[in-house]
Design a protein around this ligand. Structure first.
Ligand code: ATP
Length: 492
């Protein structure tokens, strides 16, 4: 994790929020490359799950909602985590996280020496198990108290109880309260989905692990409404669609580069199911901190629509033409975190390898995720014609893709910098391109592939179609085979 945090800061992906004031606990700012990567994740998710599907539409709702939304949804009463405090060092913990932490132990069998023991294991010297605060190893912990994770605020200029409202802790509720608006305006037929991306806020007791758990984060959520009276292949429709969404979400993460061996499904036990859920499955990723939730896919039944209908007094039903009856749809909810997805994509893409005795750090990001698609690099920055040609190429490619120009180091160094931020292709302009000593140039440029480090010389006029092919899923080897390979692999 430290390696990723340091790369993110050094190369402009993620900075600590308000760093010059000492930082704000658990808040992070996305830098120039981070915002591109994050936008790419959101754009691909929207494209694949909203635009390309005939059965899903999107919304973008307000973060501040009527306070009754959170009473109806059960968040005011139930959106809590159990919290314990150390009576000695006053540190606060989520009660259900304490056993998963390494713990500090002053061991009586070794004259009180201090050890840090692995989570859940007894001390190797005295055999004792943790009973005190895992952080200081001295204080006892209080009994758990329920702590509500919603951020409270006031709507309007008067800070009184009647004005209390909340920053949304999930984006989902806006899809339920807008169910009828969307149904009527878009004339939809079940099954259909409503999707949304946006910020959510949770006053987490123990945020941390970089952008894995923060108090302000972004979600990509989809509520897929199904008719509970329908069956698909002999199974209740909600159960069928739940399995389909689990498969589709898993396939989506794999398509954009997460390796199968780093992904697993985890079924929620009956006693950990949320109060509204019939079944929940998490997609877990092998983060640098270990296997943890990347996203959850829950069958929320008809709980939310019924609750909002009850509290608002408005009907939230669907007219089933076939049965000539009103029905309250069931809902399957794939809920993903943008920031956690970004962390997973970064950590899966990060590789260190040795190239001719030197360390090469490369982010093997899927080209559609890469913050910069093409870097244009001059071989000699002192030759005006070369620099001019580079800028002209940059301007041409920038009409379609996010590109970069860099002339602040020698070519080997420039390639390494682009490898480190995951740029899939570099274009180099050299003397041969522009000509020398009265001799006409060949107007060909070198394209270098990040993963194989192979290079080919391509006529400048063909750059746009070649990159269209490569960046829309074409294989490098097919492009390379059509053009004469340049001096094999880069010797830098
Ligand atoms: P956890 O068990 O890790 O607290 P959760 O089960 O409460 O997560 P959900 O309510 O299912 O999370 O939210 C859906 C997704 O939103 C999560 O899978 C995660 O990707 C993201 N998410 C939730 N809480 C946070 C947070 N504090 N920081 C960053 N991402 C979050």
């Amino acid at each position: 994790m430290d390696v990723l945090v340091s790369l993110c800061k050094r190369r402009g992906f993620v900075f600590q929020s308000s760093e010059i004031y000492g930082g704000t606990g658990s808040c992070w700012d996305y830098g120039p490359l981070g915002v591109e990567l994050k936008n790419n994740i959101k754009r691909l998710w929207w494209r694949d799950f909203v635009q390309r599907r005939p059965d899903v539409v999107g919304i973008d709702a307000s973060i501040l909602m009527h306070p009754n939304v959170w009473r109806a949804s059960g968040h005011v009463e139930n959106f809590t985590d159990p919290m314990v405090d150390c009576r000695e060092c006053k540190h606060r913990f989520r009660a259900d996280h304490v056993d998963a932490m390494p713990w500090v132990h002053y061991c009586a069998a070794t004259k009180g020496n201090k050890f840090t023991v692995k989570p859940g294991e007894p001390c190797g010297h005295c055999g004792e198990r943790r009973s005190l605060c895992p952080q200081c190893g001295k204080g006892t912990l209080t009994a758990p108290r329920q702590f509500n994770l919603m951020f409270k605020t006031f709507m309007g200029p008067v800070e009184e109880d009647a004005a209390v409202t909340y920053l949304r802790p999930e984006t989902a509720q806006a899809m339920f309260v807008n169910f009828d608006n969307v149904l009527q305006s878009m004339r939809l037929k079940l099954p259909f989905g409503i999707a949304q991306q946006g910020r959510s806020f949770r006053n987490e007791i123990t945020p941390g692990n970089f952008i894995f758990r923060t108090r302000e984060f972004e979600q990509m959520e989809l509520e897929y409404f199904v008719n509970p009276r329908d069956t698909v292949d002999g199974r209740p429709a909600d159960e069928h669609w739940h399995d389909r969404w689990i498969e589709d979400c898993l396939a989506w993460y794999k398509r954009y580069g997460l390796r199968a061996e780093n992904l697993q499904l985890r079924e929620h036990e009956k006693d950990e199911l949320a109060h509204y859920a019939k079944r929940t499955v998490d997609i877990e990723y092998r983060f640098p901190i270990g296997w943890s939730e990347l996203m959850g896919i829950a069958n929320r039944t008809d709980y939310d629509l019924k609750q909002h209908a009850k509290v608002s007094g408005k009907s939230l039903t669907y007219f089933d033409e076939e049965r000539k009856d009103h029905v309250v749809p069931f809902v399957v909810e794939p809920a993903a975190g943008v920031d956690r997805s970004l962390l997973a994509f970064l950590s899966d893409a990060y590789q260190e390898e040795e190239v001719r005795g030197e360390k090469r750090v490369v982010l093997r990001l899927h080209p559609e995720l890469a913050p910069v698609k093409v870097a244009i690099l001059p071989l000699l920055k002192k030759r005006d014609e070369i620099v001019r040609a580079c800028h002209a190429i940059r301007d041409e490619l920038a009409r379609s893709w996010s590109v970069a120009y860099d002339d602040t180091a020698a070519i080997g160094r420039l390639y390494r910098r682009q490898d480190e931020v995951g740029t899939p292709y570099c274009v180099t302009v050299d003397v041969q391109t522009v000509g020398d000593a009265g001799e006409q140039g060949d107007d060909r440029v070198t394209i270098r592939d990040r993963d194989s480090m192979e290079q080919v010389r391509v006529p400048r006029a063909e750059l746009v179609p070649v990159f269209r092919e490569l960046l829309e899923g074409g294989a490098w080897k097919d492009v390379a085979a059509r053009f004469t390979p340049a001096a094999a692999k880069d010797s830098a």
